[in-house]
Design a protein around this ligand. Sequence first.
Ligand code: ATP
Ligand code: MG
Length: 140
Amino acid sequence: MAIERTLSIIKPDATRRNLTGRINAKFEEAGLRIIAQKRIHLTLAQAQKFYEVHRERPFFGELTTFMASGPVVVQVLEGEAAITRNREVMGATNPANAAAGTIRKEFALSVGENSVHGSDAPETAAVEIAYFFSGLELVG
Ligand code: ATP
Ligand code: MG
């Protein structure tokens, strides 16, 4: 497998509970390197643009309001098969279905407040990384 980069977001439910370090430890233990990272507070418009693909979904309003409700930590993770590996470390979207040891199993509060986001494919990873970071900010 090739070295990949993926966009990760530590969501407001996790930053509120001071879980940034414990979640980052999960990434690093899985062999993912945090090559860019910043803490920001999204406006509602910025959250809506990021989640544009979900605009027609019934949870769009709830999701974007939540993502703008507090600070998030946006980060770029790099490693072997980073996109798939990160999604394994994250666990299933609904924490009730997440495997033992995953971030969502240990930390998520609900299907909506599920602590982390991770890109789902190489194309979306490239678009999502460029949404938050310039090339100069990626230090592998
Ligand atoms: P993410 O894109 O955040 O990494 P995911 O790919 O596992 O998560 P998606 O189907 O892309 O899940 O949904 C995006 C986000 O929308 C989820 O992470 C969750 O926060 C929220 N979401 C998904 N389904 C629901 C739902 N039924 N009710 C409320 N929120 C939901
Ligand atoms: Mg998704």
